[in-house]
Design a protein around this ligand. Structure first.
Ligand code: BGC
Length: 442
């Protein structure tokens, strides 16, 4: 449960131009967002950069250099030759980070298969700012500081943001019933708004008890102790062979990164414990490659519209060079359904837990992530589970509704930067590291 220093919802009147940097899993996205005069409106320009696979397990220096390259390229493309004042940056860093300030965040541990040395336990903002300062854009000098010195990219980190907090704030910008922001994607997590008075970690700061503050739950780490959730042997193998055994227990059962691997491990188990039972006389060597199958593989099986499961057959032939028999195809469909259903129903538990804690009887939940947007039946299965957990009468409509969120890592990040600067202007110092520094962005 990490404090984010996002101290309240937007009111729709936020304005200004902001950069947003989204360091997700597969892509890096840079956006420039202008929150316009019209209430709740914005313009957005964005570029996506593919995150090279090697970067996930490379060095910290390579990571920061790559991020700086992308930001530099964005600035050169969209503002080449212009003299710019510093742009406030909302940096969406979707990993667990403890924050003493809004523009600060110590990475607790990498998740989602990242394993870059020298970042865990460190504040991630200073190395990014240091590298941006070092950059000189030649031949176009972009940033003439007020002292006339020519150096650095015209960017300052105004806020470090978790994707769930971005999702919460972006969704609440256009829908005031939004109380929770969720990601069901490569990783899983949620954020909600708490009162400062209910946060023991903040007791020493003597802030007003009714002041709102967004909490990044990091519930992907729920049950790391392995005492609550019933684990299958496949969950245990996933955990044991992951870069961070013992971490992200809930995430490893529900997130997109792992669904295909759970499926693969179950098949390998069937093959090994019952020789000849499935895929008899077929070459199963391709199936032995860890993480070969991703969640889209399971999604395709669940989506196969044909009674004879011909698309699943084709998928197996194409991806694994295996030709399952019809009973095997039925078993494969059933296995995919079990894994997908378990993920959706467990995901609903996270949302229900927040509603129960906050006594929320009805609200909207803004959700994003590849599993939510692309995995078949995920929404309906989650909604059914919420109904059961929260005990709604059969004739009652869904009181807690999980809806597609607004762009949290783009618009949400810009809004959080805007809300932070609004607080700087108003002299509300809670969670601001260096007021003078922040004032340069006003
Ligand atoms: C991270 C969270 C993030 C979630 C969704 C998890 O692995 O720990 O910080 O919000 O993935 O991206």
């Amino acid at each position: 449960m990490n404090v984010t220093w996002v101290m309240g919802f937007p009111d729709g009147n936020e304005q200004g131009t902001y950069l947003a940097l989204d360091m997700g899993g597969t892509n890096l996205r840079v956006c420039e967002i202008t929150l316009t005069k019209e209430k709740g409106a914005f313009d957005i320009t964005q570029s996506k950069y593919k995150m090279p696979e090697e970067l996930r397990t490379g060095t910290a220096e390579e990571l920061w250099e790559y991020i700086a390259d992308c930001l530099q390229q964005f600035i050169e493309t969209h503002h080449g030759g212009q003299e710019l004042a510093k742009l406030p940056l909302g940096f969406t860093f979707s990993y667990p980070a403890t924050q003493e300030y809004v523009d600060h965040g110590i990475l607790q541990r990498w998740t989602k298969g990242f394993d870059i040395d020298g970042v865990e336990g460190q504040d991630v903002v200073p190395p990014l700012e240091a590298i941006l300062k070092k950059r000189v854009c030649i031949p176009i000098i972009l940033y003439r500081h007020r002292t006339n010195q020519l150096q650095g990219l015209p960017i300052k980190v105004a806020a470090l943001i978790n994707d769930t907090t971005g999702t919460l704030i972006a969704s609440a910008y256009t829908d005031t019933d939004m109380k929770i922001g969720c990601i069901f994607g490569t990783g899983v997590n949620a954020a909600y708004m708490e009162n400062v008075g209910s946060v023991p970690k903040l007791a020493h700061m003597n802030l007003p008890a009714d002041m709102p503050v967004a909490i990044n739950c990091e519930y992907g780490a729920f049950d790391n102790e392995h005492i609550v959730l019933p684990l299958t042997k496949y969950d245990e193998i996933i955990d044991r062979d992951s870069p961070r055994p013992g971490q992200q227990a809930f995430e490893k059962m529900t997130a997109g990164l792992y669904l295909g691997e759970i499926f693969r491990l179950a098949l390998i188990d069937l093959l090994e414990t019952n020789p000849g039972l499935i895929f008899n006389n077929q070459d199963v060597s391709k199936l032995r490659k860890p993480y070969l199958l991703d969640a889209s593989f399971l999604a395709a099986i669940e989506e196969d519209p044909y009674e004879n499961l011909s698309e699943t057959l084709e998928l197996f032939e194409r991806t694994l060079s295996i030709r399952p028999t019809f009973p095997e195809l039925e078993m494969l469909r059933c296995l995919a359904e079990l894994i997908g259903t378990r993920a959706a129903r467990l995901s609903a538990c996270g949302v229900a837990a927040i509603c129960t804690k906050k006594n929320i009887d009805s609200c909207h939940v803004g959700a994003d992530g590849s599993v939510f947007t692309k995995y078949p039946h995920f929404k309906a299965r989650g909604a059914q589970a919420l109904r059961e957990i929260l005990n709604w009468a059969p004739n009652e409509k869904d009181k807690v509704e999980i809806l597609a969120a607004e762009d949290g890592s783009g618009v949400g990040a810009a809004l959080i930067a805007a809300l932070t600067l609004k607080r700087v202007k108003a002299g509300n110092l809670a969670g601001i590291r260096n007021m003078e520094d922040m004032k340069t962005l006003l």
